[in-house]
Design a protein around this ligand. Structure first.
Ligand SMILES: [Zn+2]
Length: 350
């Protein structure tokens, strides 16, 4: 089992890994977040789990100091609070200093935590919000508040606050064929044929479907020719996560899917679309045009279609829930039959 990464993260108390895994200590029967301030255990006593529930099922109790069974790490809470303030500022000027003051934290700390959790700095987020506001206000004359309501900003705030997913604003690594990316993957059989699940240290970076295991591996290598790829069928996280996905495909409840950590690599626009897709409930569908209107860019239906077509994380970014105007299935990167099967299963299971 390849757990070197995770053990190093435990030694470093690396906050990037908070939410990616928990570790149990056999000698004490307690499990912790990677960032737990407690003394480091001996490596041969440690066992890794993808989810707190799995640690509990294996008989471990949550640590009182780092509370790994609580849904959010303090960092995520800080990032959420900062997002809420940025949101509430409604495009008004808001400095990092003010943000720190309102949160009773040093500006430096807010900056660091925010960047780590959100993938962008508070200043970048504030600028982006201002641009969005300005555009919306210009396009839709009557009133800014009506315009923002129209554009669905009430629900787009989920984008910033309602997700544990990480995303990169600059897809540099992706554009360079995954140079510098360290990826582990597994291939398993599922209700839709073969499924490949890949992860970086930050979370799931690809879920793909195919007819053979070889074809899936070849496609991954073709897409990330410069990445360090390693097949790791015994990897504890990959096993746990692919089980969650398989269970869902076999008719299981969708709740567990939302908890899986994602490492989405894409432009700000793609990340935005992917996040909107994640808010479409199972059993429902949207058209490309509806999504374009929802983000306040009603003419961007084709760009939305492209963002769907370039999604690499099937199911968890449910691009299968987007249909052509008028309800036509249109394409699906992993085959229209699979798209039809997924939608049928979700309609019946919802
Ligand atoms: Zn702990």
């Amino acid at each position: 089992m390849n757990t070197q990464h995770f053990w190093q993260a435990v030694l470093d108390r690396d906050p990037h890994y908070d939410g990616v895994f928990v570790y149990g200590v056999r000698s004490t029967g307690i499990y912790c977040r990677p960032t737990c301030p407690s003394r480091r255990p001996r490596p041969d006593n440690v066992v890794f789990f993808a989810q707190p529930a799995q640690a509990q099922a294996a008989g471990f109790r949550p640590c009182r100091r780092c509370a790994p069974d609580q849904p959010h790490a303090p960092d995520v809470e800080i990032a959420r609070a900062a997002c809420a303030l940025i949101e509430a500022a409604d495009g008004e000027r808001l400095t990092l200093h003010e943000l720190g003051e309102r949160l009773h934290l040093s500006p430096f700390h807010v900056q660091r935590v925010f960047k780590r959790v959100m993938g962008v700095s508070p200043a970048q987020m504030i600028r982006q919000r201002r641009r969005e506001r300005a555009k919306t206000a210009l396009r839709q004359q009557p009133s800014v508040s009506a315009a923002t309501y129209e554009a669905g900003y009430g629900s787009s705030s989920h984008f910033y606050t309602d997700s544990q997913a990480h995303f990169g604003m600059t897809p540099a690594a992706y554009q360079q064929g995954g140079a510098g990316m360290d990826m582990h993957y597994t291939v398993v059989e599922c209700a839709l044929g073969w499924m490949l699940v890949a992860r970086t240290p930050r979370g799931i970076c690809a879920v793909t479907f195919g007819d053979t295991s070889d074809a899936l591996e070849a496609a991954l290598r073709a897409e990330f020719p410069a990445a360090a790829l390693q097949r790791a069928d015994e990897d504890a996280l990959l096993r746990g996560w692919s089980d969650v996905l398989r269970t869902y495909l076999a008719g299981g409840a969708p709740a567990a899917l939302a908890a899986l950590p994602l490492d989405m690599q894409g432009t700000a626009f793609q990340a935005r679309i992917w996040q909107v897709l994640r808010d479409i409930p199972g059993g429902e569908t949207r058209s490309y045009g509806e999504i374009a209107r929802q983000i306040g860019q009603p003419t961007a239906a084709r760009a939305v279609a492209r963002a769907c077509a370039t999604n690499r994380i099937a199911l968890l970014i449910p691009c299968h829930r987007v249909l052509r105007e008028g309800g036509g299935l249109s394409g699906y990167r992993w085959g229209v039959e699979r798209k039809a099967a997924l939608l049928k299963r979700e309609r019946e299971g919802a």
